[in-house]
Design a binder for this molecule. Sequence first.
Ligand code: SME
Length: 148
Amino acid sequence: MTKEEKYQELLQEAEALTAGETDEIANMANLAAAIYARFGFHWVGFYRVCGEELVLGPFQGPVACTRIRYGRGVCGTAWKEGRTLIVPDVDQFPGHIACSALSRSEIVIPLTRAGAVVAELDIDSAELDTFDAVDELWLTRILAAAYK
Ligand code: SME
C-alpha cells in the first residue's frame, strides 16, 4: 500500500471517528491514535495554544514535554510563523526540543481558527527525512475534516 493509499483510508477513518463529536480533546485523542496505529510513527500528538504557551494534549508514544513557549522549538516556531514545518533532521533545526532522544525527523501542522493558531498536530519519526509534501497535504486534509 502506498503512503497516499494509507492516507486516503486514514482520512475516511478520521471523518468517521470525528463525525458528530464536537469535543476537540476527544477528537484529538482518536486522531492521534488512528495516525499512530496506521503509520507506527515514534510519537503522534497535539499541543494546544494556552495563553503564551503550547500545552501538551492527547498523544500516542513516549512521554513528552508538557509546555513549549511561543517561538521555541519546532512547535513554537510553527505557531509563531503560522505554517507547517517539515524538519528532515531535527539535529539541524536550531532550538529543536528533544522530548525523546530517538526522534530524528518531525512535521508540525498548525490548526488555525479565524486566522489564529489554536493547536498543532506534531509527529515525530525515529528515522531521518520521513515527511514530505505528501504528508503535509494529507495531514492537513485530515485536520480540516476533523475540525470543520
Ligand atoms: N520536538 C518538538 C517538541 C515536541 S516533541 O517532539 C513531542 C519541538 O522542537 O518543538
